[in-house]
Design a binder for this molecule. Structure first.
Ligand code: PRP
Length: 217
């Protein structure tokens, strides 16, 4: 049995066409079902639904053989024990610094001010500001980062930006683009050896589908 860990939402939705390219069809809709283990049309393949931040952990310890997770989540996790063969080019967005539209970020940085930065992505934020030589106090949050500058909890946030609509709706502006983000396939290293015959065709089908998407777009 091959177990693939996915998180609900954009990653699940955008992984479906890649699975279809490998001849795998998920038989239940996670938005309609409360089930956490979803069967597929292939008796030897199942999907488990986990929180996005738990995907690397499931794959690292063999609770799943394969998983799909954002580059952001992988960097925060550390990626140890995971084989990362493919950038799936899905769930694309960027990791950015944002502030209130009346906060003068450039001059705060120029003056060497110590910035309060709220984020779920503390490893990425720490590394980014250290590379710029900006001193920061990091405040760990688990969601709704946009609220932090509006309430005075922080001067800035580090968060994912896709359309930019969430920032705009909360009078925030993007002041730095830290990195582009997309989702990766991660594979348990032992499973890759022991279940090679089942896993290799899935990797090949994903890889071909990504290539033909790149050609057509
Ligand atoms: C992400 C991110 C922003 C939003 C950005 O949240 O944290 O809040 O999307 O998207 P936009 O630029 O298109 O408005 P997500 O909905 O993934 O949920 P989360 O808060 O649980 O991370």
């Amino acid at each position: 049995m091959i177990t693939l860990a996915l998180s609900k939402g954009r990653i699940f939705d955008e992984t479906l066409p890649l699975l279809a390219a490998a001849g795998i069809e998920v038989l239940e809709d996670p938005e309609k079902s409360r089930k956490l283990i979803l069967p597929t049309n292939q008796p030897g393949v199942r999907v488990v639904l986990v929180r996005a931040t738990d995907v690397p952990t499931y794959v690292e310890y063999g609770g799943a053989d394969l998983g799909v997770t954002g580059k952001d989540t992988l960097i925060e996790h550390g990626g140890q024990g995971l084989y990362q063969p493919l950038d799936l080019q899905i769930a694309k967005c960027r990791m950015s610094v944002a502030v209130r539209n009346d906060f003068d970020y450039a001059s705060a940085v120029r003056q060497g001010s110590r910035l309060k930065v709220a984020t779920k992505y503390t490893a990425i934020a720490r590394e980014f500001f250290a590379s710029k030589g900006v001193h920061v106090d990091l405040i760990k949050l688990y969601g709704s980062m946009e609220l932090a500058p509006l309430t005075g909890l922080a001067d800035a946030i580090v968060d994912l930006v896709s359309t930019g609509n969430t920032l705009k709706a909360n009078q925030l502006v993007e002041v730095e683009r830290i990195m582009d983000i997309s989702s990766r396939l991660v594979v348990n290293q032992a499973a890759l050896k022991l279940k090679q015959a089942a896993i290799r065709p899935i990797l090949d089908a994903f890889s071909n589908a990504i290539e033909s998407n790149a050609v057509s777009s």
